[in-house]
Write a protein that binds this ligand. Structure first.
Ligand SMILES: NC(=O)c1ccc[n+]([C@@H]2O[C@H](COP(=O)([O-])OP(=O)(O)OC[C@H]3O[C@@H](n4cnc5c(N)ncnc54)[C@H](OP(=O)(O)O)[C@@H]3O)[C@@H](O)[C@H]2O)c1
Length: 331
């Protein structure tokens, strides 16, 4: 039997298990020139929440009654395709199915000799590339500057901070627990970490650990955390807007401080980006990340959840901060 997860209904606010349906079907038979894939690892990502809304964005919305898709590592278990053979492992945007047929389009072979299979969904995959390109291309940090990153103990944030240290910057992470704050300093070598859930005055807490002000703010979360960082930026600060997870479940348009006067008086640049904007630079980014990984300059952690049936819960748990590093489901 082939287990499949469909979008049951569009979530209102925070997603719940009722927004997903489990169904099953026969294992498909690949036509000539196609491959049969068995899912091995499934990436759950905050951006999937946006695809569950019926709104126009940079990727089309998921359809109700159709399978959800995300980054997946799969094993080729049958093939008459010229480029893929049985036993190969591939990564690509695939459906939340245990088995599926593909014509190979958009799939990339991944090599376990280079790194673990799951790492191609994280540090050597979309989130690692996002951290690298967002920081280098927009943040443009210089040695000696101060970088603040929110969502710091997650897949993107933990890589941003480490790259900041490689480049000779002072790095501050903002995260949601003392345990994660400790991890940022001990494992990822951040200079300071701030727990946004326990800080009584976040603005002051950031000021205390950024005595020279903030030169680069890599924003993964938006909201009040970002308001507090903005009050501490330096002249010519760069602010890559990578994510805004604190707003993904909003049902009303959020209201906050007017930021134009700060950007104006600090001659600062705030720039949103989607990692796909830089697709021509993916090979170079992966190459650099792999070199740093091999040299031991970069490290990563993953929160692995086991079982196909637990994919929706793992996705929901991202909004509760239950992951450290990349959240991945092993089938
Ligand atoms: N622009 C792009 O192309 C691109 C690509 C990839 C990812 N992203 C974005 O980058 C961000 C990080 O993605 P990721 O894959 O690395 O996820 P992640 O950080 O591994 O996981 C999400 C984390 O967000 C934090 N969080 C959840 N709700 C929050 C809230 N209301 N306020 C503050 N923090 C909250 C939680 O950590 P705490 O325990 O610290 O709260 C949670 O662990 C997301 O916003 C994502 O959409 C953008």
């Amino acid at each position: 039997m082939n287990n499949v997860i469909l979008l049951n209904k569009r979530p209102v606010g925070k997603p719940t298990l009722n927004d997903f349906t489990f169904t099953n079907a026969a294992i498909p038979v690949p036509p000539t020139g196609h491959i049969l894939l068995k899912t091995v690892y499934v990436s759950v990502d905050p951006y999937l929440r946006g695809r569950m809304n019926d709104s126009k964005s940079y990727v089309p919305p998921f359809e109700i009654g159709k399978p959800i898709q995300s980054g997946i590592i799969a094993e080729v278990i049958d093939s008459t395709h010229s480029e893929f053979k049985k036993g190969d492992f591939v990564s690509g945007i695939l459906e939340w199915k245990e088995y599926q047929v593909s014509n190979g389009k958009g799939l990339k072979k991944v090599d376990q000799k280079i790194s673990s299979l799951s790492s191609f969904l994280g540090i050597l995959g979309m989130t690692g590339i996002t951290a690298y390109l967002g920081l280098i291309e927009i943040g443009a940090p210089k040695a000696g500057e101060t970088i603040v990153v929110s969502g710091a103990a997650g897949a993107v944030g933990s890589v941003v901070g480490q790259i900041g240290k490689i480049l000779g910057c002072s790095v501050v992470g903002i995260t949601g627990s003392d345990e994660k704050a400790e991890l940022l300093k001990s494992k990822f070598k951040f200079d300071y970490a701030v727990n946004y859930k326990t800080a009584t005055d976040l603005n002051k807490a950031i000021q205390n650990v950024c005595p020279k002000g903030v030169d680069v703010y890599f924003d993964n979360v938006g909201g009040e955390i970002s308001d507090a960082v903005l009050s501490n930026i330096n002249k010519y600060a760069r602010l890559p807007i990578c994510g805004a997870i604190s707003h993904y479940n909003d049902t009303e348009v959020p209201v906050g401080p007017r930021i134009q006067p700060i950007l104006l008086t600090k001659s600062a640049m705030m720039k949103g980006f989607i990692v796909g904007d830089f697709s021509a630079k993916f090979p170079a980014a992966i190459n650099q990340l792999a070199i740093w990984l091999k040299e031991g300059k970069l490290t990563y952690i993953e929160t692995i959840v086991y079982g196909f049936e637990n994919i929706p819960q793992a996705f929901i748990d991202l909004f509760e901060g239950k992951n450290k590093g990349k959240m991945i489901v092993k089938i």
